[in-house]
Unconditional design. Structure first.
Lengths: 290, 323
């Protein structure tokens, strides 16, 4: 038996005009790319030195020799910051990837199959969402022991409810369209309908929600490590560095402001990218009131 | 009418189911944690027999199902149990701490309503201006991008280093004079407010912009109604639902954000209660506090949903609001 492959409905197809050049979006992409690039480069080549090595006097102010100063043990903050950025970003990105796989599977099934399956998925998601996010994260850390695994699991548990809801709502809307009904009537199997017909039409939602989930992931890792339940010393992560910076802030404020600035800039860039993706997915007119 | 009633009943039922789920998860999770409260009470030198006796004294050696039903039965009768570590009733401790967190929350929500919504309406109506729109975009994105632990640390630095007159982290006594409490909570509330205001402004702006393109607004402009009149009578009424939904998100944020802020500023509220309870493996405290926080969130979401269906009855019929 042959199955007919039905045309994928693309939202962009209705607006063939290219979106106007957006300087803000471009800036955000370049900023994020350079943060990621430098952090990854530092993993491969020691461009800022060994983060574990004591290189100078304790708490020395930023200078030519120590571009971001040194921390409470005399380690170079720049090296530790690069390591921390890498840990935070890799951890969050991997967690969001896991979230995306889980949420897309659950969301597509819940949205398309509906009925009791949708009810069960939504109730489970509601239960997870009812825990204050950081309490859920601390609880996970208490059960599996503080560390990277705890941070990873926490990010997944906090972001899955948000993303599953959005994917399932989008899948529900697509499931009611004629081409899905046609596919169903012509005997296309469930996995094929989900992957070939529904998934491409909710990919925009997945991209937008994935972007926002990444910023939530960085926030959760930061908060958890800040409270001491996430990434553990001697490793470094942005949350951990900010917590350390808080300890020395009166004598060495750069230990607080350096990591804090990088964290905020990274999250801001991700959020701006998410906003732009959302606006492109769902372009709208504007009107003035006069 | 019938469908609305049916929908509301279903919504209440699912809220109760959610709370049931939370109670099971928190109950099982605290028992999965390594270590136990007996280590805290007896110290490292206790013998195994002493530990076992203490665990048995609280009935923690019984099958988990028996324990669960005993606990749920107590909770349903309004008894939250005794703290395993401090030996005080959890309810007494909660009653001291809830007002503190509630005050933080009310201060943040008030600021959100007074600043966030007008800001959102203003930027939404003026969104046609290119540069103004961009500034609003960056500022509101910045507001939701600064984590509370970063902003909190910076606020503590600025106010303690430069002695700006407001006290940092000096919450001395629960039940102190109202003015002193208010003053001690001012900075933490300010930190929590930033996210709430920015999130509200963003959502309001989107909602307003979505209403502005509706034909009835065009008709109102054509009739020569003033912008202010249109905003009040046509825009705000129709933009209300996304803003209501957002209040649920903000409640969730405040319940979670309070945990970090209360730890950072040394405030004896609900959040720090949960964290110390978790650290001490105090099952009774963790179960009660987390269930309470979840109950607050679930109740707020339920009320908001019912309000939404009252404003827009289509929600109850189709299960979703008009896009």
């Amino acid at each position: 038996m042959t199955t007919y492959s039905l045309p994928v409905l693309r939202r962009g197809a209705r607006t063939p005009k290219r979106p106007p050049r957006d300087g803000l979006f471009l800036t955000a992409v370049i900023t994020l790319a350079s943060i990621v690039g430098v952090a990854l480069l530092a993993r491969i080549a020691p461009i800022a030195g060994d983060p574990a090595k004591i290189v100078g006097p304790r708490l020395s102010a930023p200078s030519v020799q120590f571009p971001l100063g040194t921390d409470g043990l005399g380690r170079s903050l720049l090296a530790r910051l690069l390591e921390g950025v890498g840990t935070t970003l890799v951890l969050s990105a991997f967690a969001v990837l896991c979230t995306a796989v889980i949420s897309v599977a659950l969301g597509l099934l819940a949205g398309y199959v509906g009925g009791w399956l949708r009810e069960v998925v939504m109730r489970v998601v509601d239960v997870l969402y009812s825990f204050p996010s950081i309490v859920l994260a601390i609880l996970v850390a208490a059960v599996v022991g503080p560390g990277q695994t705890a941070a990873l699991a926490s990010i997944v548990l906090v972001t899955v409810p948000l993303m599953t809801r959005m994917v399932s709502a989008a899948a529900l809307a697509v499931a009611q369209r004629d081409f899905v009904t046609t596919a169903k009537i012509s005997g296309v199997s469930l996995p094929v309908i989900l992957v070939r017909h529904i998934l491409p039409n909710v990919s925009g939602t997945i991209a937008v929600q994935g972007t926002y989930a990444l910023s939530v992931g960085i926030l959760v890792e930061g908060g958890l490590s800040f409270l001491g339940y996430g990434v553990q010393l001697p490793q470094s992560s942005l949350g951990l560095l900010i917590q350390e910076g808080g300890v020395y802030m009166v004598h060495a404020p750069w230990l607080l402001f350096g990591p804090a600035a990088v964290l905020v800039i990274a999250i801001l860039a991700i959020n701006l990218i998410g906003d732009t993706l959302r606006d492109r997915l769902d372009p709208r007119e504007t009107r003035s009131l006069t | 009418m019938f469908s609305t009633l049916r929908w509301s009943a279903g919504r209440v039922l699912s809220a109760l189911l959610t709370l049931l789920g939370v109670s099971v998860i928190i109950f099982v999770a605290v028992r999965l944690m390594p270590g136990g409260f007996e280590d805290i009470i007896l110290g490292p030198l206790a013998t195994d027999a002493e530990r076992a006796a203490l665990v048995a004294a609280y009935g923690l050696d019984q099958p988990i199902l028996v324990q669960y039903f005993a606990w749920i039965g107590q909770v349903l009768q309004g008894d939250l149990g005794m703290s395993l570590v401090t030996q005080t009733p959890v309810a007494t401790e909660l009653a001291l701490r809830i007002p503190v967190t509630a005050m933080l929350t009310v201060m943040a929500i008030l600021a959100t309503l007074v600043i966030g919504i007008p800001l959102g309406v203003w930027t939404g109506v003026r969104s046609t201006g290119r540069s103004g729109g961009k500034v609003a975009r960056v500022v509101s994105s910045l507001g939701i991008s600064v984590p509370e632990f970063v902003l909190g640390s910076i606020v503590i630095y600025v106010f303690s280093r430069f002695a700006l007159g407001l006290q940092v982290g000096g919450f001395s006594q629960v039940g102190e004079s109202f003015g002193a409490t208010l003053q001690a909570l001012l900075l933490p509330a300010l930190v929590l407010t930033v996210f709430c205001v920015a999130a509200t402004a963003r959502t309001t702006r989107d909602a307003v912009m979505n209403v502005l393109v509706e034909p009835h607004i065009g008709a109102a402009v054509a009739r020569g109604e003033t912008p202010w009149y249109i905003i009040r009578h046509h825009v705000l009424r129709n933009a209300g639902i996304p803003i209501l939904t957002l209040l649920g998100t903000i409640t969730a944020y405040l319940l979670g954000g309070a945990v970090i802020i209360e730890t950072l500023f040394n405030i004896p509220g609900l959040g720090s209660f949960m964290v110390t309870g978790l650290d001490r493996r105090d099952f009774a405290v963790v179960q009660a506090a987390v269930l309470f926080a979840a109950a607050v969130f679930v109740t707020v979401s339920l009320v908001l949903d019912l309000l939404t269906s009252a404003i827009d009855p289509r929600v109850a019929v189709t299960g979703k609001q008009k896009q």
